[in-house]
Design a protein around this ligand. Structure first.
Ligand SMILES: NC(=O)c1ccc[n+]([C@@H]2O[C@H](COP(=O)([O-])OP(=O)(O)OC[C@H]3O[C@@H](n4cnc5c(N)ncnc54)[C@H](O)[C@@H]3O)[C@@H](O)[C@H]2O)c1
Length: 260
């Protein structure tokens, strides 16, 4: 087991990529804390981890709240006696171009995706710098690597996460705190389903039709990814095998962003 006696804190652990990563960490012996706005999802992940003999602290809350973030990290350290890995994964998307994005919709996306990542990284790094060890992984998106139509707020938030990753890697590498960013492409989760359904609704097509055409035209590997194919990269980046990797921006997208 790679992560015995280590502790991983994961936002958005109640579904999709966050859930797959929580289960993968637990399978490698880590204590896991998950934060999710969806109580049912968080409880479900926790009970699956416990059934496997792992330990999970499930915290219900919104990562755009500074108090929730600060307290949830404190509670994780108090329960498990430390914090080694933070996976900034929770995110929300909003499908609309600029002229159809209200100020409150913009704020919701930026506050969840970008400010939430900033606050988790800040409170996790405070602890990691003190203990001179830690790994922060930020989940951006292919949408952070180039613009995506109908995605002004989301793409902007994800581009910000990429630069925040680089800043953290530059400022805290000397304390043995590494920070890396993953950029998933099209991964089979409820978020991806909602995105395609909303794009489809604008074009008079079903979400499935939109996704199928997108995969065929744009993904060299000709298929979507699965959440566990993202989780395995997160675990690699947290492991000692990646001990000299910091400030890296890693696409996990079947070749989607390799070029035209
Ligand atoms: N699925 C994809 O194709 C894809 C592609 C690129 C990037 N991503 C990114 O991956 C991350 C995970 O998404 P997913 O695809 O697993 O989606 P998902 O909807 O399956 O999971 C997201 C989880 O985050 C939680 N969440 C949302 N807002 C929250 C908040 N304010 N506070 C706490 N929890 C919150 C949700 O309740 C949910 O459990 C997101 O940041 C997303 O932008 C996903």
């Amino acid at each position: 087991m790679k992560f015995k006696e280590k502790t991983a804190y994961i936002t958005g652990g109640g579904s999709g990529i966050g859930k797959a990563t929580a289960l993968a960490f637990a399978a490698e012996g880590a204590n896991v804390a998950i934060v999710d706005i969806n109580a049912e999802g968080a409880q479900q992940t926790a009970s699956e981890i416990e059934k496997l003999g792992g330990k999970c602290l499930a915290i219900v809350g919104d990562i755009s709240s500074p108090t929730l973030v600060e307290n949830s990290i404190k509670d994780t350290i108090a329960k498990f006696g430390g914090l080694d890995f933070a996976f900034n994964n929770a995110g929300c998307e909003f499908v609309a171009p600029l002229l159809e994005t209200s100020e409150s919709q913009w704020d919701e996306v930026i506050d969840t995706n970008l400010k939430g990542t900033f606050m988790v990284a800040k409170h996790a790094a405070e602890h990691m710098v003190r203990q001179k060890f830690g790994v922060i992984i930020n989940n951006a998106s292919d949408a952070g690597l180039r613009g995506i139509r109908l995605n002004a707020a989301y793409s902007t938030s994800k581009a910000g996460i990429i630069h925040l990753t680089r800043s953290i890697a530059l400022d805290y590498g000397a304390y043995n705190v590494r920070c890396n960013c993953i950029c998933p492409g099209c991964i089979k989760t409820p978020l991806c389903e909602r995105f395609n359904a909303e794009v489809g609704a604008r074009k008079g097509k079903s979400g499935e039709e939109v996704l199928e055409a997108f995969v065929k035209a744009n993904i060299p590997m000709q298929r979507v990814g699965m959440p566990d194919e993202v989780a395995s990269v997160v675990l690699f980046l947290c492991s000692d095998d990646a001990r000299y990797v910091s400030g890296a921006i890693i696409p996990i997208d079947g070749g989607l962003t390799a070029g035209m």
